[in-house]
Design a protein around this ligand. Structure first.
Ligand code: SF4
Length: 205
């Protein structure tokens, strides 16, 4: 438990009486980072709540290799511009990802979230964090409730708290910040399946 300060609440609506009097304990949170653009708004929000944030980049679901490199590079740019400490898993995890989802493609997103969040929970414990969270909670293109469910199951399995926030209301603000930072904004979720869904016009949705 690195931080025990009590801080005035996280709410950004000064006229909201509930928010004004809510007290939130600042925590040390390891934030799973899926990409640079999705990190902008959650980082602003979590810092506004006075939490101590460090990032964790672990995404074996990003393919092909050049795309992985490009997204990793965008996170490095964001880290430098925001002063965020990020711990990186830089190995390209194609085989690891495929072994987890092949023959289970219809539930691949659950497996994909579970892989990344379990690694984040383990890393958070190893680093003495109070909780873990994820920038996946920012994207309006992700399966938000499934992420939350998987994260809560992961938290219970690893005996560490999951810090939930719905960051989606900051969608436009996050895009604006990403553009200002000059971050690469990817056109598909990450895996080769999502790349096909994005570009293959013969693909049957
Ligand atoms: S679509 Fe996105 S969340 Fe689903 S398996 Fe592919 S990379 Fe993971």
């Amino acid at each position: 438990m690195a931080m025990t300060n009590l801080t005035q609440n996280h709410c950004r609506e000064p006229d909201n009486i509930t928010c004004l009097f809510e007290i939130t304990r600042a925590m040390k949170i390891l934030l799973h980072i899926c990409c640079g653009p999705c990190t902008t708004f959650p980082l602003v929000e979590l810092r506004h709540e006075r939490h101590a944030i460090e990032g964790y980049f672990y995404n074996p679901n990003i393919h092909p290799f050049k795309e992985f490199e490009r997204r990793l590079g965008a996170v490095m740019i964001l880290a430098e511009q925001t002063g965020l400490v990020v711990h990186y898993e830089k190995a390209y995890g194609l085989k690891e990802y495929l072994r987890a989802v092949v023959f289970h493609e219809e539930e691949r997103c659950r497996r994909c979230y579970a892989m990344r969040l379990a690694a984040t929970a383990q890393e958070a414990k190893r680093r003495g964090a109070d909780a873990f969270s994820s920038t996946l909670l920012y994207s309006k293109f992700q399966r938000h409730e499934l992420i939350r469910q998987v994260a809560e199951e992961t938290a219970a399995a690893h005996d560490i708290a999951f810090y939930y926030r719905d960051f989606r209301p900051g969608w436009q603000e996050g895009i604006k910040l990403a553009k200002e930072m000059g971050l690469y904004r990817q056109p598909y979720c990450g895996c080769i399946y999502s790349e096909q869904e994005r570009y293959d016009r013969s693909f049957n949705f």
